[in-house]
Design a protein around this ligand. Structure first.
Ligand SMILES: [Zn+2]
Length: 771
């Protein structure tokens, strides 16, 4: 009812109200921004280049798409030079027009002083991008006087062909909040129609991450230029957040991003350089960002490592008249300029920076490759990449000693250990002793063959895992051809009505034939939830939901996010593995979205009356339906239970775990001859799961009492962790490696070896940690 009323009233307003308050004419309209940028480009063609970077959506029936423009400032401005890049975004929210004025002021200031230091130093050594507005739709609403309090863009949310807005803050049913539309934690933003008192509908996140033309333009610009620093200006309408500088992020006390100290350094220094509006004393105040709702600054950090500040400029008087406009711009520019100096290590106390070029060792060609600083890595990062034109990368780091991993498909992974970054200037890996980052290309390995079920070709798939991820090859008639790179892979091969099976592949250069023989499968256990949860023991709020694409699935907290402090699980009925062959595989089709590292999901198994043992575990986000495979060979000839468990810590929640189908398949017939009499042999078994992140379980058995060592080594053969070093008696043993070294520090993604050494046995197996 409320909605209907608003729509009616909004239409009424838009038709009948003609004269509205308008802003001081000193504020730029969209057209005035373009005119001014064009004339500056005509005056200073060597220093400013105006470029269209996208358009508004164009899905708005009452308005054509509006081009979104950026201005690049640098010497040799038409050339992309091998220089660090910084980006300033003026306007995101429509009514927050001061950011446009700060952008236009800085553009003019830089151009006027282009021959004077420090402006000349910045222009000659940096590429400085400005996007005065990426919400020109909203800007037009504000500048036309239709509604000077308007916040969002103009998306026609109810598809009625009419721009439904309410004069005054909030109540605008149409429009998307661009600063809730970015692709990180978007799920936590407001849904359509979400009400919040005075600001109803004002924070709508949009129909999907990056659904809007404005955020798409910023996303694409960021992908092209890997900005080191950035600012996005806002203004706080209530004044509660005014004159503050927000940096990424401390969502709750203690949960900070790995580069928090550098984000804080930028926030603190920039804030200290911006005086508050006279006559207030003091300067802007720095704060860590606590909002996890699809905001630009968190996305910039997650996607590219860009340190972006959100500055709430001005006071609660969002649109002050002259002379406060120019005054606010001048004061804010002082803070913004600090970032330019910091990028170059010029006229600032803080200079520490890692840089270098990545090239192909045989051709010298620049490479787009991932640079991972192991001490400053998080599992949710998108790969931080070098750029393609020069192979150049930059990374702001506090002074310290770092282990670096450089990774690119088709190249040998390169690791540099103990690289020292200090605060006297850039640490450039082009210099000795490193002399650049040269990556060695791998040779091509072509292989082909057939997947057989008991000798008959069968449709199936081959999933190849390596340390950069996995990919799947499908075959409809059993035969396949694959071209990859030489190296070691773990492969999971499936075939229709077959037991899926893991293989360790060593692919060498050239052509080779590789057939996979699978065994016909019988289903030992299967759950598709069509008859609900009646066979399961439930602890928590687990319930059945349905999606058209996959049918029924079970989830821990239907329709909402899971809660803090949960330890909830569902337990299967008893499953009989007596007489089942050793080739037995658990296949779970699921997706999850769990607070990375702090909350976890596990699959556990219980044999008879023994304790629950963990057989697989995950954390973080893998929110598309996918299958995981877990070998259960060691549990045959028992009755077992399976338990699916969600364990959450005290803060921060996410959507949770959804499990579609659970299947346990085994090879037809019993070949469990040696298993019926439980004679133990000394044996190191495969770890579960593998690949894994971050923990995996290692099992072994001892046929006689002996001194035992179980140790983890990296690819170079260096000892990473000693898990066992003691005298042990005849038994089965299980332990979990949590991906830490002996100093309890998490180790890098990659291939590791675990070795069991006893008095008369020595066996090494391989595993892949994939973060
Ligand atoms: Zn804002």
């Amino acid at each position: 009812m409320r909605l209907f009323l608003i729509v009616v009233i909004a239409v009424f307003i838009s038709i009948t109200l003609t004269a509205q308050a308008t802003l001081d004419p000193a504020y730029h309209t969209y057209e005035e921004i373009l005119t001014e940028l064009d004339s500056l480009q005509a005056l200073y063609p060597d220093y400013i280049m105006v470029e269209q970077i996208g358009t508004t959506l164009g899905a708005v029936p009452y308005q054509d798409p509006i081009p979104i423009y950026a201005a690049k400032l640098s010497d040799n401005v038409t050339v992309t030079e091998d220089e660090p890049k910084v980006m300033f975004a003026g306007q995101c929210h429509a009514e927050e027009v001061l950011g446009i004025e700060i952008s236009m002021y800085m553009i003019n200031d830089l151009l006027e002083h282009r021959f004077m230091s420090p402006w000349s130093v910045w222009l000659n050594n940096l590429e400085i991008w400005f996007v005065p507005t990426y919400n020109p739709e909203g800007l037009s609403v504000v500048m036309s006087g239709e509604d000077t309090t308007y916040r969002k863009n103009k998306r026609d949310n109810n598809l009625n062909g009419i721009f439904d807005f309410w004069e005054g803050p909030g109540g605008d049913f149409d429009g998307v909040d661009p600063n809730r539309n970015y692709g990180f934690n978007w799920i936590h933003g407001d849904t359509l129609g979400c009400t919040s008192g005075d600001e109803d509908y004002d924070y709508y996140r949009g129909p999907g991450p990056f659904s809007e033309g404005g955020t798409q333009a910023i996303r694409d610009l960021a992908a092209e230029y890997n900005f080191i620093y950035s600012i996005n200006w806002h203004s706080s309408r209530t004044g509660n957040f005014s004159e503050k500088v927000y940096y990424s992020y401390e969502w709750v006390p203690g949960k900070r991003n790995p580069d928090f100290s550098m984000c804080q350094q930028a926030g603190v220094n920039v804030a200290a350089l911006i005086p508050k509006e006279p006559p207030q004393p003091g300067n802007y105040e720095p704060y860590p960002s606590q909002s996890r709702r699809g905001c630009a600054h968190d996305w910039f950090y997650k996607a590219h490592g860009t340190i972006q500040l959100m500055i709430e400029c001005g006071t609660m008087n969002l649109q002050p008249p002259e002379p406060l406009i120019i005054d606010t711009a001048e004061r804010n520019s002082q803070g913004a300029y600090w970032l330019l100096g910091r990028t170059l290590g010029y006229q600032t106390d803080d200079k520490s920076m890692l840089t270098g070029h990545i090239t192909d060792s045989s051709t010298g060609e620049p490479l787009i490759a991932e640079i991972r600083v192991e001490q400053k890595h998080a599992s949710y990062f998108e790969p931080r990449l070098s750029e393609g034109l020069y192979g150049r990368f930059w990374r702001v780091l506090p002074q310290g000693t770092y282990d670096l991993t450089f990774r690119k498909k088709g190249y040998e992974t390169l690791q540099l250990e103990s690289v020292v970054v200090n605060n006297s200037g850039w640490m450039n890996l082009d210099n000795p002793p490193y002399n650049g980052v040269q990556m060695v290309p791998l040779e091509t390995a072509d292989f082909n063959g057939t997947i057989y079920r008991d000798g008959t070709p069968v449709a199936g798939e081959i999933i190849l895992y390596d340390e950069t991820g996995n990919d799947t090859i499908f075959t409809s008639d059993g035969s396949y051809e694959i071209s990859r790179y030489a190296g070691e892979y773990r492969a999971l091969v499936t075939g229709d009505d077959c037991v899926p099976k893991f293989f360790e592949l060593e692919l060498t250069a050239g052509d080779q034939q590789l057939d996979f023989n699978l065994l016909p499968a019988v289903e030992v256990f299967s759950e598709d939830w069509n008859s609900g949860l009646q066979n399961w023991t439930i602890n928590g709020d687990w319930a059945i939901s349905t999606e058209s694409a996959v049918g029924d699935f079970v989830e821990d907290s239907p329709g909402i996010f899971y809660e803090n402090g949960w330890d909830v699980h569902i337990t299967s009925p008893s499953i009989n593995l007596n007489g089942v062959s050793n080739d037995v595989m658990l296949v779970v089709d699921h997706r999850y979205y769990i607070e990375h590292e702090y909350d976890n999901i596990f699959i556990e198994i219980k044999v008879g009356n023994s304790d629950w043992q963990e057989i697989a575990g995950w954390s973080g986000k893998n929110y598309i339906w996918h299958k995981d495979y877990i070998e259960l060979e060691e549990f045959v000839n028992n009755r077992i239970y399976l338990r699916f468990r969600l364990l959450t810590d005290a803060t921060i929640t996410d959507p949770g775990w959804r499990i579609n189908t659970i299947k346990l398949v085994a090879a037809v017939g019993s070949d469990s001859d040696d298993e019926t009499t439980p004679v133990l042999t000394t044996q190191l078994k495969n770890n579960y799961p593998n690949p894994f992140n971050p923990q995996t379980r290692i099992n072994y058995s001892l046929s006689n009492s002996s001194p035992v060592r179980l140790q983890i080594f990296n690819l170079k053969g260096q000892l990473i962790r000693t898990l066992v070093n003691e005298f042990q008696t005849t038994d089965n043993y299980t332990l979990t490696w949590y991906g830490n070294n002996d100093k309890e520090e998490p180790v890098a993604s990659g291939i590791y070896f675990y070795r069991l050494t006893t008095g008369d046995y020595n066996k090494t197996r391989k595993m892949i940690l994939m973060k």
